[in-house]
Design a protein around this ligand. Structure first.
Ligand code: CTP
Length: 213
C-alpha cells in the first residue's frame, strides 16, 4: 500500500512557503490501520512521520513535485494508493534562492498550478493494477463535488471529508467521512477518532481489493 500524508510546502524563498493546514494525522492513521491489518506500507509524507514499524517505509517530501515522484516510484510495487495528502494546488513560479527582504511596497506572488498527482496516474504503466483512492476536502455541495473529482481524476474510490462540519477535518483529532464509488455512496462513517475512521476505510478498501481478485 502507498499512503500519502500531510500538506505539501511550495517554496517562496529559502525560509517561506505556500502551504495549508493539513497535519498529516489522517494519513498517519491510515498507515497505522493498514499496518494493523498486516499490510506493507510505503508512506510518502510532507508531515511528521509516525513511529517506526518493521513493515513501514517512510519517504519525506516537501513539494507536490517531490510527492509525485515518490508516489510514481512506490507504485512500481504496490496494489493500493490512499492519497490522503493535501497537495498544494499552486506554487510560486520561481523560488528565490535567498531570503527575500521586506519591502514597504508589498509583495505579489506569481502562483502557477502544481501537478495533479492523482490525475497524472492515468499515464502510470501500472495504473490498471492499482486501486486508487482519493480524498476530497469539501465545504460546498460535498457529495456532488466529490463525485465529480472521482470521475475527473479517474479514481476507484473517493473519501469525502466535509471540512465545514465542526470538530472534523484538517488538524482535528476526529473525522467523519463518506466513501463513494462510481455507483454512489458505499460507506458512511460518523464522527469518531481518526484511527477508527482509518480502520473502517482500510477494511472497505481491502473488501474492494478482494472483490477484484
Ligand atoms: N490531489 C493531487 N494533486 C493535487 C491536488 C490534489 O493528487 N495537485 C489529490 C489529493 O491528494 C486528494 C484529491 O486529489 O486525494 C482531492 O484533493 P482536493 O484538494 O479535495 O481537490 P482538488 O483537486 O485540489 O480540487 P479543489 O481544491 O478545487 O477542491
Amino acid at each position: 500500500m502507498v499512503v500519502t500524508a500531510g500538506g505539501t510546502r511550495e517554496p517562496i524563498d529559502v525560509v517561506r512557503f505556500v502551504g495549508n493546514r493539513s497535519s498529516g494525522k489522517m494519513g498517519n492513521a491510515l498507515a497505522a490501520a493498514c499496518l494493523e491489518a498486516g499490510a506493507r506500507v510505503a508512506l510518502v509524507t510532507a508531515a511528521a512521520p509516525p513511529p517506526v514499524h518493521p513493515r513501514l517505509t517512510v519517504t519525506g517530501v516537501e513539494t507536490a513535485e517531490e510527492m509525485r515522484r515518490a508516489v510514481w516510484a512506490e507504485l512500481a510495487s504496490a496494489d493500493v494508493l490512499l492519497m490522503a495528502a493535501a497537495v498544494a494546488d499552486y506554487r510560486p513560479r520561481e523560488a528565490a534562492t535567498r531570503k527575500l527582504k521586506k519591502s514597504s511596497e508589498g509583495l505579489t506572488l506569481d502562483l502557477v498550478p502544481t501537478v495533479d498527482i492523482l490525475a497524472s496516474l492515468r499515464d502510470h504503466p501500472r495504473r490498471g493494477r492499482v486501486l486508487v483512492v482519493g480524498f476530497a476536502a469539501e465545504t460546498d455541495d460535498p457529495l456532488r463535488n466529490a463525485t465529480a473529482k472521482l470521475r475527473d481524476k479517474g479514481l476507484d474510490l473517493i473519501v469525502l471529508n466535509d471540512v465545514s462540519a465542526p470538530g472534523v477535518g484538517m488538524g482535528a483529532d476526529d473525522n467523519a467521512v463518506t466513501v463513494i464509488d462510481r455507483d454512489g455512496v458505499v460507506l458512511v462513517v460518523e464522527r469518531m477518532p481518526k484511527l477508527e475512521v482509518a480502520r473502517r476505510i482500510a477494511s472497505a478498501v481491502s473488501e474492494r481489493l478482494g472483490a477484484r481478485g
